[in-house]
Design a protein around this ligand. Structure first.
Ligand code: FAD
Length: 376
């Protein structure tokens, strides 16, 4: 007789694994169905920064805080190394300093600090040149995405008895049954976590959600041996991307100034985020191209713009670009997480922001509580 599950999860990216964990922890028998031999989408291409600062106060901030808690627990249990903690946003202009200072003083900036230039230079000697201050959030966690995803999947299988069906594409979902390229799978409930593939399953229902794709170009670079960042590092351009900053003093003036001074960076969606790996190399993101069908080709122009901002903040050029890659994630102009309930027993969850991995575990708890009742 065919195996039967309480929950089938479509997609083994971080959103799918988070749902598998939430359901397994509530005692459900779970199967994850993934079309590739291993996770290969946004979740392994990302910077791997679990962000707390930068979200607007309210639901997304609470989700980010809760997810951060779960990430820390999962990393400890699954043997995922936390590469570093904390996020520094370097204000290169006074307008950025005003916004960062205001954010640190707001509810969503709980636990964060803003340092004026003298203190900032003393505390963060890594940041060079004329700086107008540094914002510091202690809560961010950074994981090496590709190995983290593989370890979390293996841990779910070993410690939580989650079944995985790799190289198995799902072509249909109905109450009680999932149709796959390897035959039907019987499951009382299904959660579809297909990432930026929002045109296959329940595409008709997702058309009104303002979904498109965001492509980001990424680099891994080497600098001199022994160089150490204090945590992840961002700069003025990044502030314009953070929803928690939208209404703050200084942001409109910063935007206007960046339009004058760094128009090409804005045109290519360049926003610096640098994170460090245990071998000392730095992961540098990146750019953002919003498109229904992002261009698969990488241009030198974008790389040069990213490295120009890198040099302006860190006062050095990389010795070597070790690797380059691009990733695409689902993006909605309307909301950071798109959810749908095609039936009582089926949910669709699309993380639709550049910080999808940062809220995934909390979103999954909400989905599973909604599907199976309050206790999950
Ligand atoms: C370059 C880059 C940097 C980023 N940096 C960060 C960051 O630092 N912090 C952060 O929080 N977020 C970051 N993000 C965003 C984050 O990576 C995504 O929001 C998140 O990984 C989305 O996870 P997911 O599981 O929904 O999608 P994915 O990881 O894309 O997984 C979806 C999976 O579903 C599978 N699938 C789809 N359809 C089917 C089907 N029909 N049958 C079977 N399987 C199917 C796919 O093969 C895929 O493996 C970044 C994204 C990118 C691209």
């Amino acid at each position: 007789m065919a195996e039967s599950y309480d929950l089938a999860v479509v997609g083994a990216g971080v959103v799918g694994l988070a749902h598998a964990l939430a359901a397994a922890r509530s005692g459900r028998r779970v199967v994850v169905i993934e079309r590739d031999p291993r996770a290969n989408g946004a979740s392994i291409r990302m910077t791997g920064l679990v962000t707390v600062a930068g979200h607007a106060s309210g639901a997304m901030w609470r989700r980010a805080r809760r997810s951060r808690e779960i990430w820390a627990d999962v990393c400890a249990q699954a043997g995922v190394r936390i590469e570093h903690e904390g996020l520094a946003i370097v204000a290169r202009r006074p307008e950025a300093a005003i916004a960062l200072d205001a954010f640190a003083a707001s509810e969503a900036g709980e636990g964060c600090s803003f340092y004026q230039p003298d203190d900032a230079h003393a505390l963060f000697p890594q940041f060079k040149g004329d700086i107008a201050g540094v914002f510091w959030s202690p809560d961010e966690l950074r994981v090496e995405a590709k190995s983290a995803l593989a370890k979390i999947a293996a841990w779910l299988e070993d410690a939580h008895d989650v079944a995985f069906k790799w190289e198995t594409a799902v072509s249909g979902v109905a109450d009680g049954e999932v149709t796959t390229s390897r035959g039907p799978v019987s499951a009382a409930a299904t959660v579809v976590c297909a990432g930026d593939d929002f045109r296959t399953l329940f595409a008709d229902r997702l058309t009104g959600a303002g979904l498109t794709k965001a492509k980001s170009s990424m680099l891994r670079v080497r600098v001199e041996d022994g160089y150490e960042l204090p945590g992840a590092v961002a700069s003025d351009l990044t502030i314009l991307r953070l929803p928690g900053f939208e209404e703050l003093d200084g942001v409109e003036a910063l935007r206007a100034r960046l339009e004058q001074e760094q128009p090409e960076h804005l045109r290519h969606g360049v926003a610096l985020l640098v994170a460090q790996s245990s071998d000392g190399s730095l992961v540098v993101s990146g750019s953002r191209e919003l498109s229904a069908c992002p261009d698969p080709f990488e241009t030198q122009v974008v790389e040069d713009l990213i490295l120009e901002e890198f040099a302006a903040v860190l006062g050095r050029k990389p010795k070597q670009v070790v690797s380059r890659w691009a990733g695409a994630y689902a993006y909605s102009t309307e909301r950071p997480v798109v959810t749908d309930a095609p039936s009582d027993r089926v949910r669709v969850v699309v993380a639709a922001s550049p910080a999808g991995a940062s809220s995934a575990f909390a979103v999954a708890e909400e989905t599973i509580a909604g599907l199976f009742g309050k206790g999950g």
